[in-house]
Design a binder for this molecule. Structure first.
Ligand code: C5P
Length: 216
């Protein structure tokens, strides 16, 4: 069987990582959460605001370890749970708009996908990181549904949040991600759009698996 890469892009909290993890497990592929990588650099930036981004990225080693879901290590420190907290979420779109940060991470992500067999989710995967991916999915959902899903997710992680605040935060992050100068969030021309509003995780996973089977 030939190896393929699968790119899953879409706005904040559209369910990309939940689905991408399941697709990767079902196809025995490697899952890569690129949002976690931008969050890791945001964590480093908030701790070292005086260091310019071009210097900061050279001091960082980011590792994604597939254990208990996916663990995120920054210079060998496990920051998996820390990077889901509100201060990181509030600052990540600013950090992700920095050219030095994007250049650093896109190169790393392209190395990770070189040998194929990767399901990668993010904002610019189908357009910039792996424009030759065999399958590209653009996943959307209504902002109300995304806020509800994030509310439940935050509850399970013990992170305080309110529905109205989540609507505002998600809308703001989408706006920043869609209007930034470098590789803004947009659907790749050849991506398959899936609106997950009202659909179960299983339904969306099966839909992507059947699209992947056609390409394997
Ligand atoms: O996927 P997640 O919501 O964790 O991503 C956090 C942020 O990282 C996004 O809002 C976006 O600003 C940035 N990001 C990006 N490009 C990617 C993945 C994430 O700019 N490929």
């Amino acid at each position: 069987m030939d190896k393929i890469n699968i790119a899953i892009d879409g706005p904040a909290a559209a369910g990309k990582s939940t689905i991408a993890k399941r697709v990767a497990a079902a196809l025995n592929m490697i899952y890569v959460d690129t949002g976690a990588m931008y969050r890791a650099i945001t964590f480093a930036h908030l701790n070292n605001k005086e260091i310019p981004f071009n210097e900061l990225v050279n001091q960082l080693e980011i590792k994604l370890i597939n254990e208990k879901g996916q663990r995120v290590l920054l210079n060998d420190e496990d920051i998996t749970d820390r990077i889901r907290e509100n201060d990181i979420t509030e600052n990540v779109s600013f950090v992700a708009s920095q050219p030095e940060v994007r250049a650093f991470l896109v190169e790393l992500q392209q190395m990770m996908t070189r040998d194929k067999g990767v399901v990668m989710d993010g904002r610019d995967i189908g357009t910039t990181v792996i424009p030759d991916a065999e399958l590209k999915v653009y996943m959307i959902a209504s902002v109300e549904e995304r806020a509800n899903r994030r509310l439940l997710d935050n509850e399970s992680r013990g992170i305080a949040s309110s529905y109205d605040q989540l609507i505002a935060d998600i809308s703001e992050r989408d706006h920043l991600d869609m209007t930034r100068d470098i590789s803004p969030l947009t659907k790749a021309e050849d991506a398959v759009s899936i609106d997950t509003t009202g659909l179960s995780i299983e339904h969306v996973t099966d839909k992507i698996l059947s699209l992947a089977e056609e390409r394997l």
